[in-house]
Design a protein around this ligand. Structure first.
Ligand SMILES: O=C(O)CCC(=O)C1=CC=C[C@@H](O)[C@@H]1C(=O)O
Ligand SMILES: [Mg+2]
Length: 345
């Protein structure tokens, strides 16, 4: 284990009073619907090493959310691990928008050579995905898709055959919901590729890692070629680095991505990505542009990369973005419950 990945295990859990001192809840309006939401609520913590972000999605239970709190505490009480790189290449993220909106979305990621396109959106048809991916291919060299587990095994193999008719896919992220389905999709894709003499579409796991009790299970089972890893759900930057270490022993590269984080959480993602050698895959950390307003000035994408720097929120922005008292109360109660779980675990 490296020095970078061992320190978090020694981090003591602060008291609830320490967490509450400087805690602020904000609601960030979004430019485009993503993950079914149009505003993103985030609780920020302030500690001796900086700021941390506690923002498990509202439907996550306390046990799952406690990992997000561990991550926020690490950022604010311990700070980032040692960086190996100053900048991190990012991918453009294309929500399940109409194909006509693709150029406008891609324009927010200047210089990005990779795009991740959302597919299998509920209420849409494969034709919508085909049109969106075709529109992206006109502008970007490497294209990946993310189905968020929305396909059955049969739908996944059929959709991926159609989506690769006019060009390759870098990978298909979480084509199906469960680990056995991912294993089966990989098997069928390999079979189809062998029959046609081509290469199978690689499969990436996201939810099967982010929401799993054992994030390595999907890889041990043979369900993933690539691992999408996110700082907060994994319990912090150093936990992510530890997992990346184990995954590399299985020959599986990681793609550090955002959990629709504010500028503070993106800072932790960038720090984790910068503490890893370049895997050759762009990171999914360019989602700051989805917000109409953020807690710090927007990061600038230059040549398809972001500087790997953490930021402090701007007090005026925090004041302007404050959540309603009712929502703040809900978040602070959740913080207290998750703190109790961390303290007693
Ligand atoms: O990976 C990216 O390009 C951006 C991050 C991203 O797509 C996501 C962030 C947060 C929640 C998820 O639904 C979504 C994902 O599934 O990867
Ligand atoms: Mg995903």
């Amino acid at each position: 284990m490296t020095e970078n990945s061992s320190a978090a295990t020694e981090l003591a859990v602060p008291t609830l009073g320490e967490l509450l001192d400087g805690a602020v809840v904000v609601s960030l309006p979004m430019r485009v619907r993503f993950r079914g939401i149009t505003s993103r609520e985030v609780l920020l913590l302030r500690g001796p090493a900086g700021y941390g972000e506690f923002a498990p999605f509202p439907e996550y239970d306390d046990a799952e959310s406690a990992a997000w709190l561990r991550s926020a505490v690490e950022a604010a009480w311990l700070g980032p691990p040692t960086a190996l790189r100053a900048t991190v290449p990012i991918n453009a993220t294309v929500p399940a928008v109409d194909a006509a909106r693709v150029p406008e979305i891609l324009a927010r990621f200047p210089g990005a050579r990779t795009a991740k396109v959302k597919v299998a959106e509920r209420g849409q048809a494969l034709a919508d995905d085909l049109a969106r991916v075709a529109a992206v291919r006109e502008h970007v060299e490497h294209v990946r898709v993310d189905a968020n587990g929305g396909w059955t095994v049969g739908e996944a193999t059929a959709a991926l055959a159609a989506l690769t008719a006019d060009g390759p896919l870098q990978y298909a992220e979480q084509p199906c919901a469960t680990v056995p389905e991912l294993v089966e999709v990989r098997r069928r894709l390999a079979q189809q590729a062998a029959a046609s003499g081509g290469l199978p579409v690689p499969v990436a796991a996201d939810e099967s890692i982010r929401r799993a009790e054992d994030p390595l299970r999907v890889v041990r089972a043979g369900g993933a070629d690539v691992a999408v890893v996110k700082v907060a759900p994994l319990g912090g930057m150093r936990a992510l680095l530890r997992l990346a270490d184990e995954l590399s022993r299985h020959g599986v590269p990681v793609v550090v991505s955002s959990a629709l984080d504010s500028a503070v959480g993106i800072g932790a993602g960038l720090a984790a990505a910068a503490a890893l050698p370049d895997s050759g895959y762009a990171s999914g950390l360019g989602t700051g542009g989805f917000f109409e307003a953020d807690v710090a000035p927007p990061r600038v994408v230059t040549g398809g990369s972001l500087a790997a720097a953490v930021v402090a929120p701007d007090p005026e922005r925090l004041a302007a973005l404050r959540a309603t008292p009712e929502r703040a109360h809900w978040w602070l109660a959740r913080l207290a419950r998750c703190h109790e779980l961390l303290r007693t675990s």
